[in-house]
Design a protein around this ligand. Structure first.
Ligand code: FE2
Ligand code: FE2
Ligand code: FE2
Length: 422
């Protein structure tokens, strides 16, 4: 029988959370650090295992609704602290993941001040969102350029000054008790925080299979694609094209599902690339292209830290490699690129050529075919895979276009407009 895939949920979420905070050193590990603070407070408060897990996972993903790095940095720097679409968007995105949807209110209200609540603090989502709110605030107050134990008294004093207004007094008390221990602060500032959370945090013993992995990957696909309207359906297209070609190629059902996940996450590393480069209207400079080259490096290094997904990391991250070794950034050669990585490379080029870009409209079928054939003739792409695509062009094109139309509808309805917080 074919062996399915199984991964640790904590491992999976920690790596995806990491991906969202890579774009600037100023916000590196922001969500992990917030989750750590929130988790420590739940332990001090003696909350139930379920509440602890819910608060931890919501804190780990609390800013998934930020698509633009500049907007997120403005919040991290306290230049803005108003109601923001990122709370509503984040709640909407979390709602798409069946077993995480019940945590969406914790994300929706993570910037709501205590003085704006008209509910008792023992309402679970009120308490949970207050804990995340305080944890997020503390994380942003910490100055990363200063030694942690030279500033923690000041951070505690500032939080205490907000008691009763921004935060419920009980939540502030729980934090003060937690923050007495230097160990708490040293862990928070530790570069080893990922490993501390992985080995000791909630979810350390929870495994998920493909049914759990797929919806999370799909949500991350939206976060990657919605960074820019020019790429708002790109990963959807690549994933659809890769799964369709995998079926025709004769892969097993499990392999096809895994190719779908690899397609969804193939540009995960783009979360680390500034929008000004991704959306540049014109040819990239040498320096800018050098930055672009890091995106598949990050895709690989992020997915490869998830035990059990090594193959998916390769299929996803090798999409800019060429059979003759001239691709980037790994310079893999033909023997290192299996049929799945080769399918992904063709799916990526096909989808990219057919899409509008800031500097050109989508290409015609004739033009797409000409370019793919040329790359196969030059020995850059696998001619068997290119021929498979050309022989089934109509079917594949129709399927991909249909999936992209659905993604586009979601983007326009939910995200490509000002969203107000309820
Ligand atoms: Fe936030
Ligand atoms: Fe935040
Ligand atoms: Fe890419």
């Amino acid at each position: 029988m074919e062996r399915g895939v199984s991964v640790n949920l904590g491992n999976f979420l920690l790596s995806l959370s990491d991906a969202m905070d890579l774009a600037s050193p100023e916000m590196a590990q922001h969500q992990q650090r917030t989750a750590f603070i929130a988790w420590e407070i739940t332990k001090t408060a003696g909350l139930s295992e379920k509440m602890t897990e819910d608060i931890f996972v919501a804190a780990l993903l609390h800013d998934i609704g930020f698509f633009r790095v500049e907007e997120k940095l403005a919040f991290i720097r306290f230049e803005r602290d108003d109601t923001s679409p990122h709370c509503t968007r984040g709640a909407f995105l979390l709602n798409q993941i069946p077993f995480l949807s019940d945590k969406s209110d914790l994300v929706r209200f993570h910037h709501r001040k205590w003085c704006s609540w008209h509910k008792p603090i023992d309402t679970p989502y009120v308490l949970g969102s207050q804990i995340i709110s305080l944890a997020d605030y503390v994380e942003r107050l910490v100055n990363r350029d200063h030694y942690i134990l030279h500033q923690h008294d000041q951070v505690i004093a500032e939080i205490v000054s907000l008691s009763g207004e921004t935060f419920h007094p009980d939540v502030v008390d729980m934090f003060v008790k937690t923050a007495r221990r230097e160990e708490f602060w040293l862990d928070l500032a530790s570069p080893r925080l990922y490993s501390i959370l992985l080995h000791t945090g909630p979810y350390k013993a929870r495994e998920i299979d493909i049914l759990g992995i797929s919806p999370i990957a799909k949500t991350f696909k939206s976060i990657i694609d919605f960074k820019s309207r020019f790429t708002s359906t790109h990963s959807t297209g690549v994933s659809a094209c890769a799964t369709k070609m995998s079926g025709i190629f004769g892969l097993t059902d499990t392999e096809i599902q895994l190719m779908g996940v690899a397609g969804d996450l193939h540009d995960l590393g783009k979360l680390a690339i500034p929008e000004r480069i991704l959306e540049k209207d014109g040819k990239l400079t040498r320096e800018e292209f050098a930055v672009i080259k890091s995106h598949t490096y990050f895709t690989y290094s992020l997915i490869n830290t998830i035990t059990g997904l090594k193959q998916i990391a390769e299929w996803a991250a090798y999409h800019h490699e060429k059979l003759d070794g001239s691709g980037y950034p790994f310079h893999c050669v033909a023997t290192e690129l299996d049929s799945k990585a080769r399918i992904m490379a063709v799916a990526d080029i096909f989808t990219a050529l057919a899409e509008d870009r800031p500097y050109r409209p989508g290409m015609s079928k004739k033009e797409v075919i000409r370019i793919l054939k040329k790359q196969a003739e030059k020995g850059l792409l696998d001619s068997r895979i290119v021929n498979l695509l050309l022989d089934n062009y109509h079917d594949i094109f129709t399927y991909v276009a249909g999936e992209q139309a659905k993604a586009s509808e979601l983007y326009v309805e939910q995200f490509n407009q000002p969203v107000s917080e309820e």
